[in-house]
Design a protein around this ligand. Sequence first.
Ligand code: ADP
Length: 437
Amino acid sequence: MKKKINREVMLIAVIAITVMAVCSILLFYRIMEKQILEDLKANAHVIARVGVTKLTETMDGDLDQEELRVTLIGADGTVLYDSLGDKTRMENHKERKEIAKAFRTGEGRAVRKSATSAKQTYYYAMRLPDGDILRVAKESGGILAIILSIAGLIVIIGVFSFAMCAFYSRCLTKRLMAPIEKMAENITLVQEDEVYEEMRPFISTIKRQHMDILNYARIRQEFSANVSHELKTPLTAISGYAELIVSGMADGEDAVHFASEIQDNAERLQNLINDIIKLSELDGKDLKLEFETVDLYELGENCLSMMSLYAQKNEVSLRLLGEHIQISGNKTLLEELLLNLCSNAVRYNKKGGSVVIKTGFEEGRPMLSVKDTGIGIPKKHQERIFERFYRVDKSRSKSTGGTGLGLAIVKHIAAQHNARITLDSEEGAGTEIKVRF
Ligand code: ADP
């Protein structure tokens, strides 16, 4: 990457330097051309004022020194005088560009190779008051000659600019790559304010994703450890009781007690495995749920009939309030959600307590709530009870058949329905959990 950036910057530098050099030469050439023609014009006016014959008599040698060629052309185009060549051998000059223009407009300019000297020559011609044309000319090198004359300077400036670009490009790539290299070493060490502005969203996204991955891995690890532990406890109990029965150490009432313990633990194990399977299904990335129209009130009625015996056993009264509200959802999962909430409301209740299932609208959205008058949840635990295997009172949960996964399942089901869960609970006073669709 560094090499690539360097290469690209150097390429841009070479192109820029070349373009600059060409433009400078062309500009320089233009200015020089303009200057020569202006000088010629000034000279021509001076010569015209002094008079060609008088001037050439007095300044013959000086004209050569100035590299000026003075020509006087008659109104018919014949050369009357030329400071350089033999006028009798010169052809008619009427058609020469600068002379034709001077006849027409009073003055004319031209740049071309001279027929006499075969060199690049600048011409300025002006019409004199008597109708003759005075032409002053000067030879000068073409653009190639100019390039050659300043080639050394151009090369020096070019090499210097190139070296500067190379140095700057190195510094730039180093500065650009530094945070990326640091990130590659350890992403958590890079602070947002250490890098340039454009890099900040990139760093924070990568960091967030990195933290998410770490968190996810930690949750997975904790979950596996918890699952092993949760499975091990009833299994150890089952094998222990079974061993006692097999060894003949338990008989009569003891054997019945041990068998019932085996049955309880097996049931616990079954509940646990069922909950783990449900959770992993809900966790699956490509879970495709079939949605249908579900009546929340009918769900409540269903739950009531399923829970009534269990509620009676726990001496808790169950009630359903509200209206028929229809939503689009997965009926089986919504039944599971309500059952989990109701079962918690009964299990963590007090004798003589009550549970109310309510359906209705809140802020224009369908809502299902389960409210109990139970033991409540202390504030410090409220944020964590939706985590897998998180329990406020472990022994109470286990003794009442809890797996520690009920509310995690509720959370997942709500998420699958884009529903929001709110918890309102006070220790000793009761709990209300609302699901807003
Ligand atoms: P569990 O199987 O242990 O009930 P959950 O995930 O359903 O697991 O609930 C997590 C914990 O939240 C429970 O162990 C309990 O301590 C607490 N909890 C849940 N619902 C209630 C409730 N209605 N009243 C009081 N505590 C509750």
